[in-house]
Design a protein around this ligand. Structure first.
Ligand SMILES: Cc1cc2nc3c(=O)[nH]c(=O)nc-3n(C[C@H](O)[C@H](O)[C@H](O)COP(=O)(O)OP(=O)(O)OC[C@H]3O[C@@H](n4cnc5c(N)ncnc54)[C@H](O)[C@@H]3O)c2cc1C
Length: 380
C-alpha cells in the first residue's frame, strides 16, 4: 500500500538518507558484525550529514526538525539499507532528549556540540544483573558528599556500552523509596568507571552491548541530570517515545523480511514450480502482509499523534507489543519459506531472524507491555 504520511520534502530527505546508509554504513556492516562493534566514524559521518539529533534547536547547531517523521525516515532507511546494529537513534532520540527535557543550560552548552557532531556517543544504563523489568530492584547506589556524589555498582546489557563517551546512569539515591533514583551523566575517563565484556549476542552483532562497572566514581553535582531522587519519573516520561521508536523499527524490519522472502519464493522452484505458486506460501505471506500493512498504518497514525503531543503511553505499549510480535512471526516465516538457506548466514533472512528476536525483550518485554495494557483496561 502506498503510504501517504510523508510530503515531497520528506521524500527528498528519505532519498538522501538512503544514499547515506547505502554508501557510508552498509559497506562496513560485515566487518562490524565480526568486530562486534560499529566504527566511531559512523557517528561522525552521521553527524556531518546532520542526522544526529535532527530535532535539536538551531541555536545549538541542530536542524530544528521537530517533526517525528524525519526520525522515522532515518530509522526505516537504516533498517532497509544500513546496519541494524548501528544504534544512532539510541544516541539521538532516546538518550539526548533526556538532556533536552531535564538538562540545565550549562549541561546543554557543554554536551550538545559533541553529541551533535558524533564525537561524544551516548548510552543509557538502567539494567543490572538482578534488575531489568523490575527497576525497583536496582542496587547501583550513589551517595551525596559535599560538592559531589559517589557512585558504586554495575550495569549490564548496555547498548553502545563500549563506544559510549557519556552514559546516562540511573542509580538509587533514596534508600527508603523503591523509586528513589537519580540520573547521572557519567563520562569516559572518570576515575572508577570501567567497561566489562562486550557481550556475545544471538544477533545485532555489530552493536556493542556491554557491562559497566562503577567503583567509587566521583560525580560532580553538575553531572546530575534533572532533579535528584526523581530519576524514575524522568525515565518514565521517555518511555512512550522509546516504545514508538521500537514500533517504527519493528515494522520496518518486518517489511524488509517480507521483501526478502517475496524475492526468494518467486525465484525458488520446488516440484517444478516457483514456490510463490504454492498455496501455503501464498496464504502465509498474504496473512503476514495484511498484519504488516495494518500495523504500518497504525504506527504512522501514532507518529502523527506524537507530533501533536498526544502520544498515549498505553498506545505506545500496544504498538511496541504488536509490531514486535508481527516482526517475530514474519522473520520466522521468512526463514521457513527459505528452507535450509534460511539457516545460512549468507542469506539476509538468517541475519534478520537473529537480529529481531531481541525486540520482544528490549525496551520492555512483551509481558511488561501486556501488563501496562491490562492495567489500563482493567483498572488494576
Ligand atoms: C541487546 C540488548 C540491549 C539492551 N540495551 C539496554 C540498554 O541500552 N540499557 C539498558 O538499561 N538496558 C538494556 N537492555 C536490557 C533490557 O531492557 C532488559 O533485558 C529487559 O528490560 C528485560 O529485563 P531482564 O533481562 O532483567 O529480564 P527479566 O525482567 O528478568 O525478565 C525475565 C522474564 O520474566 C518476565 N517478567 C518480568 N516481569 C514480569 C511480570 N511482572 N509479569 C510477567 N512476566 C514478567 C519477562 O517478560 C521475561 O520473560 C538490553 C537488552 C538486550 C538484550
Amino acid at each position: 500500500m502506498k503510504r501517504t504520511a510523508f510530503d515531497s520534502e520528506m521524500e527528498m530527505f528519505r532519498d538522501s538518507a538512503r544514499k547515506f546508509f547505502q554508501g557510508e554504513i552498509a559497506p562496513h556492516s560485515e566487518r562490524w558484525r565480526e568486530a562486534n562493534i560499529v566504527d566511531r566514524e559512523a557517528y561522525l559521518k552521521a553527524g556531518e550529514m546532520g542526522y544526529l539529533c535532527i530535532w535539536m534547536d538551531e541555536k545549538y547547531g541542530g536542524l530544528g526538525l521537530k517533526d517525528f517523521r524525519y526520525e522515522q525516515i532515518l530509522i526505516e532507511e537504516n533498517v532497509f539499507h544500513g546496519d541494524r546494529g548501528f544504534f544512532f537513534w539510541l544516541h539521538s532520540r532516546l538518550v539526548a532528549p533526556y538532556l533536552e527535557h531535564f538538562g540545565t543550560e550549562e549541561q546543554k552548552q557543554r554536551f550538545y556540540p559533541g553529541i551533535l557532531s558524533g564525537e561524544k556517543i551516548l548510552a543509557i544504563a538502567m539494567t543490572e544483573p538482578d534488575a531489568g523489568s523490575d527497576l525497583s530492584s536496582m542496587k547501583t547506589r550513589a551517595v551525596e558528599k559535599d560538592d559531589h556524589w559517589v557512585l558504586n555498582g554495575s550495569k549490564t546489557y548496555i547498548s553502545n556500552g563500549i563506544n559510549a563517551d557519556v552514559v546516562l546512569v540511573a542509580a538509587r539515591t533514596h534508600p527508603e523509596k523503591s523509586h528513589g533514583l537519580t540520573l547521572f551523566l557519567v563520562e569516559r575517563g572518570m576515575e572508577g568507571f570501567e567497561r566489562g565484556r562486550n557481550l556475545k549476542k544471538m544477533g545485532l552483532k555489530s552493536q556493542d552491548t556491554s557491562e559497566l562497572f562503577f567503583h567509587d566514581v566521583k560525580i560532580p553535582k553538575s553531572n546530575v541530570l534533572g532533579q535528584p531522587h526523581s530519576g524514575f519519573h524522568h525515565l518514565m516520561q521517555g518511555l512512550a517515545e522509546e516504545r514508538l521508536l521500537g514500533a517504527i523499527y519493528n515494522i520496518a524490519a518486518a517489511r524488509l523480511a517480507m521483501q526478502i522472502t517475496k524475492d526468494f519464493v518467486r525465484e525458488r522452484r520446488v516440484f517444478g514450480k516457483p514456490l510463490s505458486t504454492m498455496q501455503n506460501t501464498r496464504f502465509k505471506l498474504a496473512a503476514l502482509d495484511t498484519e504488516i500493512e495494518v500495523a504500518q498504518c497504525w504506527v504512522d497514525q501514532l507518529v502523527a499523534r506524537h507530533n501533536e503531543g498526544q502520544l498515549d503511553a498505553v498506545d505506545a505499549a500496544r504498538a511496541k507489543l504488536y509490531t514486535s510480535e508481527v516482526n517475530g512471526r514474519m522473520v520466522d516465516e521468512g526463514v521457513q519459506q527459505h528452507g535450509g538457506a534460511g539457516y545460512m548466514e549468507e542469506y539476509p533472512i538468517c541475519l534478520l531472524y537473529q537480529d529481531e528476536r531481541v525486540h520482544r525483550i528490549l525496551a520492555g518485554t512483551s509481558e511488561i507491555m501486556k501488563e501496562i495494557i491490562a492495567r489500563s483496561i482493567l483498572d488494576c
